[in-house]
Design a protein around this ligand. Structure first.
Ligand code: GDP
Length: 197
């Protein structure tokens, strides 16, 4: 499986607009600004890949990227937590996302991207609980690790591991940086394991 050849496929505003529910896919979630787009760009070695997801009008859509095997996708879920969005928008977002997460049979796992300096926000915790409840494998990317000294980054990782020690769904907890590319190979290996199993 080659990540470098990932290409934008389609944006979906509703479940019916998603590609056929066949093959295998892994979805990326995270708070806005956590570093999700940068992580996707680093994993696919494509500096522009997830820019599509950030163009006006697409930020609230589910964006699909094709890999080099038929029906294998990486999925960029809408970022959560813009202070600006109204309550209605939030409900709408939750419904849209909830729908995708609950219905997609080909979903093999969820990658939760969090800023290593601000790990496990309420939203993150909600996603972890959802994965646990639905027995969906979870990978955590603690990103922007380059912003901390190594010792501080390690301490943050230990804190996350401790808080999540009783969760069965957590399969990978990776110290990551889109800037230094730390964790990129480990993440790709874990994705391949999910997508090809
Ligand atoms: P998204 O909203 O979750 O998609 O976040 P972005 O990927 O757009 O990143 C938000 C901000 O954090 C941008 O200014 C990025 O340049 C910065 N950023 C993202 N990842 C990293 C990282 O690994 N290291 C550093 N130093 N900055 C990062």
């Amino acid at each position: 499986l080659s990540y470098n050849s990932a290409r934008f496929l389609i944006s979906a505003s509703r479940l019916e607009e998603c590609p056929p529910d066949a093959g295998a896919e892994v979805a990326f979630a995270g708070r806005s600004n956590a570093g999700k787009s940068s992580a996707l760009n680093a994993i696919t070695a494509n500096g522009k890949l997830a820019r599509t997801s950030k163009t006006p009008g697409r930020t609230r859509l589910i964006n699909f990227f094709s890999l080099n095997k038929p029906d294998m996708h990486l999925v960029d879920l809408p970022g959560y937590g813009y202070a600006k969005v109204s309550r209605d928008m939030k409900d709408d977002w939750q419904q849209h996302l909830g729908h995708y997460l609950n219905e997609r049979r080909c979903l093999r796992g969820l990658v939760l991207v969090m800023d290593i300096r601000h790990p496990l926000t309420d939203f993150d915790q909600m996603m972890v609980d959802w994965c646990e409840h639905n027995q969906l494998p979870l990978m955590i990317l603690a990103t922007k690790a380059d912003k901390l000294k190594f010792g501080q980054a390690k301490t943050s990782m230990l804190g996350i591991a401790k808080k999540l020690k009783d969760y069965q769904c957590v399969q990978h907890l990776i110290m990551f940086s889109a800037t230094s590319k730390r964790g990129v190979d480990e993440c790709r290996e874990a994705l391949t394991q999910w997508l090809e199993s």
